[in-house]
Design a protein around this ligand. Sequence first.
Ligand code: NAD
Length: 300
Amino acid sequence: MAGLCEGRVAIVTGGGRGIGREYCLMLAAEGAKVVVNDLGGARDGVGADLGPADEVVNEIRAMGGEAVANGADVSDWDQAKAMIDQAVSTFGKLDVLINNAGILRDRMLVNMTEAEWDAVIKVHLKGTFAPAHHAAVYWRELNKETGAPVNARLINTSSVSGIYGNIGQTNYGAAKMGIAAFTIISARELRRYGVTVNAIAPGALTRLTEDLGGPITEERKESGDPKWVAPIAVWLASEESAEVSGRMFEASGNVLAIAEGWHRGPTAKPTKDPHEMGAKVAEMMKTARKNAGMNGMDLD
Ligand code: NAD
C-alpha cells in the first residue's frame, strides 16, 4: 500500500521528543522526507542539544527513510527562515510544516514572573508565527511561479489548556488560544495559494505531562502513547485532507474530536445607559452556554 505522504517533504518542529518524535516517525513510515527540528532544551526551554533531533533522524534512516536534523530555535526569526530554506535545499521543496515545539513554565497568575510569561509566549506564539511566515512566503512564490495550488499544509499545536482553560497556565493557555486564532485567520489567508491550516490539541504522556494527572499506570501509558495523536497529523499532512482547513482537532488515546470555535450567543438591544445593563446581562445569561471545562463539556 502506498504511503499516505509518499514523496512529501515535511518539517516537524520539536520533533526530537514526545509527540513531535512520533509525528516524524509516522510521516517517514508513510513515505515523507522529514526535517527533524529540535532545539533540545529542557522542559522549561533552557539549554540546547542537537542529540534528540539526531536520534530521530537515525531512527528514520534505520527504517530506510530520509531525514535531516535541524537545531533551530523556532522562535528566532532568522533561524526559522534557515530551517525552511534547509528543507528546500535538501529535499527540493516543502509541502508540510508542523509547528509542534513547546515548553512549559506553569505558575499561578499572582506568582508568575515576567520571564516565565515572556518565555512561554515567545516559544509558542512567535515559534508558530516565524516558521509559518517563512513557509507561507515560500508557498506564495511557488504558487505565483506555477500558477497552480501548492497543496501544502500548515499544522499548528494548541491545547485544551488554552481553548478550554486550565488553572496555573495563563501564559501557556493564552499562547495556545492565540495559536487557535492564528490557525483560523491564516487558514482564510492562505486558502488562495492552496495551503490548508489546521491545529491539533493533543493529549499524550510526555515529559511535559508526566508529573500532571497522578500516578503513571499502565492504562495511562497506553492512552498517553503519542501514537494516538500522530495519525491525525499525518492525515492532515497528506493530500487527502485538501478540503479541511481552519479546524481544531483534539487527539489522544481517549478522544478524537473537532473542537468548535467561539460563536455569538444570546443578544440584547444595545444601550448607552449603564443602568440598563444589569437587566440585559441577566436576560442574556439565562440562555448563554456555559464555558467548557478541560473535558470540552459545559462546566457545572
Ligand atoms: P516534549 O517536551 O516531549 O517535546 C517538545 C519538544 O520541543 C522538545 O524536544 C523541545 O526540545 C522542543 N522545543 C522546545 N522549544 C523549542 C524551540 N524554541 N525550538 C525548537 N524546539 C523546541 O513535549 P510534548 O508533550 O511532545 O509537546 C509537543 C507539543 O504539544 C507542545 O507544543 C505542547 O505544548 C503540546 N501539547 C502537549 C500535550 C501533552 O499532553 N503532552 C498537551 C497539550 C499540548
